[in-house]
Write a protein that binds this ligand. Sequence first.
Ligand SMILES: Nc1ncnc2c1ncn2[C@@H]1O[C@H](COP(=O)(O)OP(=O)(O)OP(=O)(O)O)[C@@H](O)[C@H]1O
Length: 257
Amino acid sequence: MNRPAETDARPPALAVHALRKQYGDLVAVAGIGLEVRHDEIVGLLGPNGAGKTTTINMLLGILEPSDGRIQIEGIDLLARRREALSLTNFAAIYAPMPGNMTVYENLKIFGMLYGVRGLGARIETLLDEFDLMPYRNRKCGVLSSGEQTRVALAKAMLNEPPLLLLDEPTASLDPASAHDIRARLRAYAGRRHCGVLWTSHNMSEVAEVCDRVLFLSRGRILLEGDPRALPRAHGRETLEDLFIHIAREPLAYGAGS
Ligand SMILES: Nc1ncnc2c1ncn2[C@@H]1O[C@H](COP(=O)(O)OP(=O)(O)OP(=O)(O)O)[C@@H](O)[C@H]1O
């Protein structure tokens, strides 16, 4: 689905300019620029080691950029960190909820950290939306990975963020659950008019859910566009074919320039 560009004076959910991260001689992110508008789901794709998680960690304020600027809803992350971070949230498979607390306790504590108003009612809504009612008093550490993913997604939506960062949100889900979660995330993004940055290695998922994709390789954005139109534009049948081609021959797409 193509969505309209921002029509009012509202800044994009996310604007990144010349973002760079270097570890010694290794350039993990090489000065990238990108935008995520409201009502838009943007896929951040790339082979292992391309710089996706490093980028997301800089957007979350976990990693300090070597250079560049990040604005969330027009608010500069480095200058006004607290305010900017209150407008975002994330879910990632490598960041599970503390295992010794129950689902309810976790949502309550994260909700308090985010200063969510009407927290009790918000938690009930999310428990219902993510089919977590039966698990509310169960410790997160004993949940299956799919159940933990649903808790992480519920946590990510506690503060109804205008910018949602999702690092492989369906990686541990079975196909039916993944399909269900994709539908819920799309519905949520549409309802809340939020922008979503979504990383995934599942190209059919990306083609289904993302309005736009960015191909990252060796820390650079090599291609950008509609995931349904990009493959044909580059002489490939599917997004997966295109991904494989870019991963094998990044220099053909300008990775070395
Ligand atoms: N703390 C660090 N010190 C040194 N190098 C690092 C550090 N963190 C990441 N890197 C390197 O930066 C590069 C980008 O890593 P990153 O985790 O962002 O990739 P990715 O695109 O998320 O990969 P994957 O799909 O495998 O998760 C890799 O070469 C990685 O080894």
